[in-house]
Every structure is written in structure tokens, then in C-alpha cells.
Design a protein around this ligand. Sequence first.
Ligand SMILES: Cc1cc2nc3c(=O)[nH]c(=O)nc-3n(C[C@H](O)[C@H](O)[C@H](O)COP(=O)(O)O)c2cc1C
Ligand code: SF4
Ligand code: SF4
Length: 264
Amino acid sequence: MLREPVIIYVFSGSGNTWTVAREIADVFLDGGVSTELRPLERSAPEDSAKAGTLGLAFPVAMFTAYPFVWKFIEALPDGRGKRIFMVDTLAGFSGGIVGPLKRALSQKGYRPIGAKEIRMPSNYSRKEPEGEKDAQIRAKGLKKAASFARDLISGSASWRSIPILSDIIKEMGYRSSGAAWRSARKKFPLATDGEKCSRCGLCEQLCPVGNITMSGLPVFGDTCVFCQRCISFCPGNAISVVGKPFVPYRGMEPAALLEFLGIR
Ligand SMILES: Cc1cc2nc3c(=O)[nH]c(=O)nc-3n(C[C@H](O)[C@H](O)[C@H](O)COP(=O)(O)O)c2cc1C
Ligand code: SF4
Ligand code: SF4
């Protein structure tokens, strides 16, 4: 059962997770449950105290959640028995989330009421533009999200206990300064095509970790976690990953992202 209001903190790099969280919120609203989506990376964790039930929605990366997502979660205030649920979206396999997150939130005094991992089209290393198969995966994912939302309303959702191995998997991508992310940055730096870039500065506003500063063209720092935001939503298609030429993926309309993030 949900206690109102429900506040769902969402991070979505290329739009899949937002789409799933929107579906869950729509089922709640249809069921008369007051629900709000907030952009995780632009929110203060302590403001979550006003929620009756908390939701967390984020993509899987490096088999776990992005380091800044973990930071947000670790900065949440004491739970004092507050109900909490999580949903992640992924292309294939996670392993370092559901168990570690349940443990972390329980230690903080939250009451975990449900966790769901939802397959959506991959946003990374795509060779092909979106097609029929992606549409099928998305439709199945949204069905699963709606069913999870109904289970949360009825109180029949669950949050599995996952063996301790998942804590080891989590460590791989948990720190932005860790070896896995450092190695990825070295191997696959981001680059801008000066011919395509209009110098609009949107990428700087979109980056969740402040890794982009405008100096004529965008300049990339050393904190990138390859969330795909800048690549997916650059209006000129000007940003790419050197050494990983792929078709950028958009899981939501740019206008919806800007509205969600409060960017005019
Ligand atoms: C840098 C990066 C790492 C990823 N790592 C994983 C992974 O370990 N396992 C997986 O199943 N999917 C992985 N994915 C795929 C995304 O989790 C998946 O496409 C997700 O739905 C994207 O959500 P978003 O559109 O909300 O950003 C990764 C994607 C990126 C960009
Ligand atoms: S969003 Fe694209 S066009 Fe705009 S400044 Fe960044 S790279 Fe250039
Ligand atoms: S630079 Fe681009 S891909 Fe890297 S974290 Fe920022 S928005 Fe994401």
C-alpha cells in the first residue's frame, strides 16, 4: 500500500527511465494516488522528507547505478519507516543494485516495498537506428511498469533479497573516480564536431555531473559517466564518443526532457 504523496526521483540519460517512471506515475494518478516526478540530479535529497512514499528510478550502468545516483541515495534523510520503492531500466543485466540498495535503505530506516528491473531498448553502442524490435521491447517494458505500479498500489509488490555477490558487482561502477570509469574515459573520450555544433550551450545544462563547460565549443572534463544525455539530446547531433561510433538513441521527446528539467 502507498502512503501519499508519492514522490519519484528520476534520473534518465536518454529517456527510457523517464518513460517508465511516467507510466508508473500515470497508473498511480489513475488510481487516485497523488504522485510527483522530480529530476534526481537537480533535487536536494533532504526535500524528500515531505513524501509519504518515495520512489527511485534510474538506469543501470556498469552493472550498477551511476555514482551520482548512489550519492543521492546515500544523502537521503533517515527513513523513519517511510515506504520506498525502486525501478531501474536496463538493456540486459544488472546485478549490483537490488540487493545493495535494499541493504542501504533498510539501514537508513526505510521500508522497502518493491523493486523492479525493466528491460528497455539499449542506449549504448547501437549499430542500428530504432526499429520494430525496439518498439516491442519498449511496449513490453511499459506493460511491466504498469503491472509493477498496480502491485505497489495493492501492496503485493516485493523487493527480493539478493546474495552478497551483488555488493562486489556494485563496487565496479560505484565510484566515479574508480578504475572502470577512469579506463572508459581514457579509451572513449567525447568529442564535438565544430561544423555541426551551434554553440547553444544546451549540453552544458543537461550534463548531470557538470562535466561540460562552454568555451566556444563544449569542453569536456574528467568526470563523465557516459550517461548519453549530451549525445542523445544535442540538437545538432554534434557530440560523439571517439572510438565508439554509434547511432545516438532518444527514448523521449527533447521538449519533454526540457520541461521535466525546468530548462527554458
Ligand atoms: C554507460 C552505460 C552503461 C550501461 N551499462 C549497462 C549494464 O551494465 N547493464 C545493462 O543491462 N544495461 C546497461 N546500459 C544500458 C542502459 O541501462 C539502458 O539502455 C537504460 O534503459 C538507459 O536508460 P535511460 O534512457 O533512462 O538513460 C548501459 C548504458 C550506458 C550508457
Ligand atoms: S548541445 Fe550540441 S549544438 Fe549545443 S553547444 Fe552542445 S554540442 Fe553544440
Ligand atoms: S558529458 Fe555527456 S555523457 Fe558525460 S556525463 Fe555529461 S551529459 Fe553524460
